[in-house]
Every structure is written in structure tokens, then in C-alpha cells.
Design a protein around this ligand. Structure first.
Ligand code: NAG
Ligand code: NAG
Ligand code: NAG
Length: 123
């Protein structure tokens, strides 16, 4: 079973050569494709990391953004909030139903950031 999946995945990686509509570097081109490819496109969106988002500021497929209260300002004002919103926008565009490994949805992550940053920015 695992081997079959592996072969399938390797086969899929050849798609970009034969199918110009799949893009790794610009996943937002990959709209309205098969569910498996939507998920792969979302994965490529999440590969867009920024130096504004060091360490546990970086959103991954796991779905955790572990930002302590003292680090809230660094996240919200340091450019990582904007970057993470852009990445989420990319994921939303290719796969609106995307859920992270921890079960969080795109909306959940957006909401967490909104609440976290509002709370952190208030006196
Ligand atoms: C974030 O916190 C969760 C729950 O406390 C934990 O399971 C997860 O491993 C943490 N992730 C990182 C990247 O620290
Ligand atoms: C996130 O990482 C920073 C530095 O790497 C650390 O200071 C901070 O405590 C971490 N936050 C959590 C919630 O693990
Ligand atoms: C990567 O993220 C940046 C924002 O930090 C955004 O401007 C850029 O368009 C993204 N690239 C892709 C390929 O989505």
C-alpha cells in the first residue's frame, strides 16, 4: 500500500513537465484541479517562507502558530502577520476546504491571528 502510494506520488511529480497548468512556484495558478492536486498546491503555498517569520512563527502543514504573549508584537508588527495572511490567501485560493494536520481550517488560523494581534496590541 505504501509503495503504491509512493509510486503514485512520484508519478504525480512528473505532471509539471507534461501539464503546464500545474505550478510549484506559483501555486495560485493551480485552481480547480483534482483534490489531491489542490492539497499539493496548498503544500506549495506553505513552502513560501519568509525571514520575517522565524522559528515557531512559521505556519506549516501542521497548523501550529505558537506565539507566546511576549512575542505577540514581534509577530503582529514584524511583517510575519502580513506574510502569513498572504500564505493563507494562497492556500484559500487553491483549496478552500484545506485543513491543517491539527484540524485547524484557514478560517481558524485567521481568527487566531486576529484575536491574538488585537489582544496583544491593546494596552
Ligand atoms: C505548538 O503547540 C502545540 C500544542 O501545545 C504542540 O503540540 C506543537 O508541537 C507546538 N508546535 C511547535 C512548532 O512548537
Ligand atoms: C517560539 O520560539 C521563540 C524563539 O525561538 C521562543 O522564545 C518562544 O518561547 C517560542 N514560543 C513558544 C510558544 O514555544
Ligand atoms: C510569498 O509570500 C509573499 C509575502 O510574504 C508574497 O508577496 C508572494 O506573492 C508569495 N509568493 C507566492 C509564490 O505565493
Amino acid at each position: 500500500m505504501f509503495v503504491i502510494f509512493g509510486l503514485f506520488f512520484l508519478g504525480l511529480l512528473h505532471i509539471p513537465r507534461s501539464n503546464a497548468s500545474f505550478s510549484k512556484t506559483n501555486p495560485t495558478y493551480n485552481v480547480n484541479l483534482a483534490p489531491f492536486i489542490q492539497r499539493l498546491s496548498a503544500y506549495y503555498c506553505l513552502q513560501n517562507v519568509s525571514s520575517d517569520c522565524p522559528g515557531n512563527f512559521t505556519l506549516t502543514e501542521k497548523g501550529w502558530l505558537n506565539i507566546s504573549e511576549s512575542a505577540t508584537d514581534a509577530f503582529c508588527k514584524g511583517g510575519c502577520l502580513q506574510h502569513t495572511q498572504d500564505v493563507l490567501q494562497c492556500v484559500w485560493y487553491v483549496h478552500q476546504e484545506y485543513s491543517f494536520e491539527n484540524g485547524a481550517t484557514i478560517k481558524d488560523i485567521k481568527e487566531t491571528m486576529r484575536i491574538g494581534c488585537e489582544k496583544g496590541l491593546s494596552p
